[in-house]
Design a protein around this ligand. Structure first.
Ligand SMILES: C[S@@+](CC[C@H](N)C(=O)[O-])C[C@H]1O[C@@H](n2cnc3c(N)ncnc32)[C@H](O)[C@@H]1O
Length: 229
């Protein structure tokens, strides 16, 4: 496991204090664009702008990107071992694998997984697993223990339960970086009630460190940072 080092907070110019893992920078991609954008180094995956080997990381298309852009206390330093749940076609997890160490990417739908394999082709640290995140016992023999971070974006019913079941992989001081989508749990319920229920379920296995709505990047989503208890 990577040793954690203190990070210097910086301002993104939008009023948020943010800390960026090593391997993530704010950069400009167009001469007319004076707002620097989050970026990692790697082969492009989803048509994102590139410059000098860097690729823009669009927080509107990435819950984790929005958590970083909003200045949440993600704890990522670069080089850590990550278990990513809900990898889809690899939009976000490809950025993670650009700056992290071994990055296990769990996705259960075959169609996006094909694109995920393509994103992994140029990333030796990205390890796709066509598995159901509700059944961690089916990949427990592959994923190493004591990972530094579990990143979760499954947008399906039972999101907190998925996080609880996968807590077994996290190091004692590791972090869960979770996006909870209210409508995936119950389209009719008040999102605040859905979030409270999810947090109650999470507390069975985690200490909640921070929560924050992911607006303006993602409506109806709560970002959660937690650590095992
Ligand atoms: C919102 S998308 C993820 C987007 C992705 N995290 C990104 O930013 O690039 C949710 C994904 O979770 C996957 N998913 C939902 N339930 C899952 C489960 N139980 N196991 C694995 N993947 C699951 C879906 O197939 C879908 O691809």
């Amino acid at each position: 496991m990577r040793e954690r080092r203190p990070l210097e907070p910086r301002s993104d110019g939008g009023g948020h204090e943010e800390t960026l893992p090593a391997g993530v920078e704010r950069r400009s991609f167009e001469e007319t664009d004076d707002r620097s954008r989050l970026a990692t180094r790697g082969k492009p995956v989803y048509g994102e702008p590139t410059a000098d080997g860097w690729r823009a990381w669009n927080p509107n298309r990435s819950k984790l990107g929005s958590m970083i852009a909003l200045g949440m206390d993600h704890g990522l330093v670069g080089g850590e071992t990550v278990l990513y749940l809900g990898a889809a076609a690899g939009t976000t997890v490809s950025h993670v694998a650009d700056f992290a160490g071994p990055t296990y990417a769990v996705e259960f739908a075959a169609r996006p997984a094909r694109d995920l394999l393509e994103a992994a082709a140029s990333r030796g640290r990205l390890l796709p697993l066509l598995k159901d995140a509700r059944r961690p016992e089916t990949y427990a023999h592959v994923v190493e223990r004591d990972v530094d971070a579990v990143v979760q974006d499954v947008a399906t019913r039972g999101q907190a339960t998925v996080a609880v079941r996968n807590a077994r992989f996290l190091a004692d001081d590791g972090r869960l970086l979770l996006a909870v989508k209210a409508r995936s749990e119950d389209v009719t319920a008040d999102p605040e009630d859905v979030f409270e229920r999810a947090l109650d379920r999470l507390r069975e296995r985690y200490e909640i460190l921070e929560t924050r709505p992911l607006e303006p990047y993602h409506g109806d989503h709560l970002g959660v940072v937690a650590t095992p208890r």
